[in-house]
Write a protein that binds this ligand. Structure first.
Ligand SMILES: [Zn+2]
Length: 324
């Protein structure tokens, strides 16, 4: 580690086997995209020929700028749809604007996690925050979307993966995207709905599909490359940007979350720095302590999804999953 992260975090990351390059990705200059052509931070292009509306979403978390690096590149290339409509979304530019390499996790959001407020009750309720204001502004755009690909990256070491909610159509789309070859369906978070669970996107049979890509470590070029592969494949699959599909790689595996572990106390601690994608062979293995409560796996070959090695009460600490 270079010392660019808070020392406690750095020590944990080193123990967890994180890459020895905390900030290997240059911070993009997004000033050209701030104004947008549809909404601030949103660029949307419609083709003459009808087709689906595909939204590529970056910066739902302000410090996860790998997706924004990709959208910046595609916009500068002048990428346009041959059919339908293609939208490029820089979701939380205000949080991103506060990105500080000396404290690179602080700019995840300004006031609250933008990926926990996509419930109708929160969107239409009286609560106010910078993120809710932005979500309310973006909502009409997502109301017209057929497909959302939400580009995220990770702090804690983990295999890259797709997350989908309960909609089989979203699962099917993620499987078609191919790489990374793991698609996990889950029930979201106790703390609130994600964008991919918003309104019709979480409803089976709605025809709307929402997929979240956890592309890799926050700040490295490989993460951007994985995102680009997924985006180009999505655009080819939906017909927006016709291109031959590369031959399929190894068939993706699908997993279903069997239990979401939400931290109840401030003393939640894992028994060791588990890596996302690790398989715990034996049922009943102790993986964490939450105050006085033991957290154990409940079935054999339990797949650990996105363990968050530092967590807080009410936050998702890890998801337990099973291959299907
Ligand atoms: Zn994220």
């Amino acid at each position: 580690m270079s010392g660019a992260l808070p020392p406690v975090l750095e020590a944990l990351l080193r123990e967890a086997g994180a890459p020895d390059r905390p900030l290997a990705l240059p911070v993009p200059d997004l000033a050209p995209w701030r104004a947008g052509n549809t909404l601030p931070g949103v660029w949307s292009f419609a083709a003459a020929a009808p087709g689906p509306h595909v939204c590529l979403v970056s910066l739902i978390h302000g410090n996860e700028f790998a997706g924004a690096v990709l959208l910046d590149r595609l916009l500068r290339e002048g990428l346009r749809p041959a059919i339908g409509r293609l939208s490029f979304v820089f979701a939380n530019l205000d949080a991103f604007a506060r990105f500080d390499p000396a404290d690179p996790t602080a700019s995840r959001f300004l006031e609250e996690d933008m990926n926990r407020l996509w419930d109708i009750a929160a969107l239409e309720g009286p609560r106010r925050s910078a993120e809710l204001r932005r979500a309310r502004a973006l909502r009409p755009l997502f109301d017209t979307a057929d497909v959302i690909l939400d580009l995220h990256s990770m702090l804690w070491p983990s295999d890259p993966l797709y997350l989908v909610g309960g909609s089989p159509a979203s699962m099917e789309l993620a499987l078609q995207l191919g790489a990374p070859p793991l698609v996990v369906s889950d029930q979201g978070h106790a703390a609130g709905r994600r964008l991919i669970d918003y309104g019709p996107f979480g409803v089976p049979g709605s025809g709307r599909r929402g997929v979240l890509l956890e592309g890799g470590w926050h700040w490295e070029a490989e993460t951007v490359a994985r995102m680009e592969q997924a985006v180009r494949r999505l655009l080819a699959l939906t017909g927006l940007v016709p291109a031959p599909l590369p031959p399929p790689g190894p068939p993706p595996r699908r997993a279903r979350v069997t239990r979401t572990i939400t931290a109840r106390t401030a003393d939640f601690v894992f028994t060791r720095p588990w890596r996302g994608g690790e398989i715990v062979p034996e049922a009943g293995t102790l993986i964490a302590h939450d105050g006085g409560r033991e957290v154990r796996t409940e079935h054999p070959d339990c797949l650990l999804i996105l363990p968050s090695l530092v967590t807080q009460p009410g936050h998702t600490a890890v998801r337990l999953a099973r291959y299907e």
